[in-house]
Design a protein around this ligand. Structure first.
Ligand SMILES: [Zn+2]
Ligand SMILES: [Zn+2]
Length: 231
């Protein structure tokens, strides 16, 4: 069956995520739009996911646990996991690899942890949008070793896409999928023949996809997504 998905967006824990990107707003907007499965992928952290999972379960939207890491080469890469626990474990692993730079909320935006009532319970002090001191190879191995799936993000968009950050997609890393930004050119040569994912990378509620991107899955669940990507 085909299920409508949007597997890349940011909550208000990402400094660049709009403060309207609260757990309830995101999940209810996705429900309203009729999306079957979504992923909230904050920059270098999965620590808002336990609350988002609770809201998603309550509202009835399937959540694929994920985050968007910044590699030492300044490339953005999505890391998807089967469970929120696995994503949180990985998040705790990478945290000490973030440089100890304090967030400047006025400059970069607030990094808010919210509860299930969309109340700010605390703020993350360390700036989350800097590069980790881990290379793309190290992160790929760490994510794969934990049973996750590493997907280079928006490879054809901006300086943080792999094609600009590295100039190529490494053939040595066994990527199973690439995220490609729709509407932007994509070189036809030099790309591994793997699945392409298209997502909104929404930082604002209005940018979350409508029912426009579909995956052929048995069910709209993380397990079925893993089966599809790893097949
Ligand atoms: Zn990105
Ligand atoms: Zn993003």
């Amino acid at each position: 069956m085909k299920f409508a998905v949007d597997l890349h967006m940011h909550s208000c824990l990402s400094p660049c995520g709009d403060m309207d990107m609260t757990p309830n707003n995101i999940i209810n907007m996705c429900k309203l739009k009729g999306l079957d499965m979504i992923a909230v992928t904050d920059h270098n952290t999965a620590m808002q996911l336990p609350v988002i999972q609770k809201v998603a379960d309550y509202v009835g939207v399937s959540l694929l646990p994920g985050l968007e890491v910044t590699t030492r080469e300044e490339a953005h890469m999505l890391a998807y996991f089967r469970t929120v626990e696995e994503a949180v474990d990985f998040s705790k692993y990478i945290y000490p690899h973030l440089p100890p730079i304090k967030n400047k909320p006025k400059l970069f935006g607030i990094q808010a942890y919210m509860n299930e009532d969309d109340e700010i319970i605390s703020e993350e002090e360390r700036l989350l949008i800097t590069a980790l001191d881990l290379s793309i190879d190290e992160l790929f191995c760490e994510i794969s070793g934990r049973g996750g799936i590493a997907v280079p993000a928006h490879i054809n968009r901006g300086a943080n896409g792999l094609l600009q950050a590295l100039g190529f997609v490494s053939a040595e890393l066994d990527f199973k999928a690439l995220e490609v930004t729709k509407g932007l050119p994509l070189p036809h040569k030099g790309l591994p023949e793997v699945k392409h994912l298209h997502s909104s990378d929404a930082h604002y509620l209005e940018n979350i996809f409508e029912r426009e991107e579909f995956l052929e899955l048995d069910k709209p669940t993380p397990e079925a997504f893993f089966d599809y990507i790893l097949a």
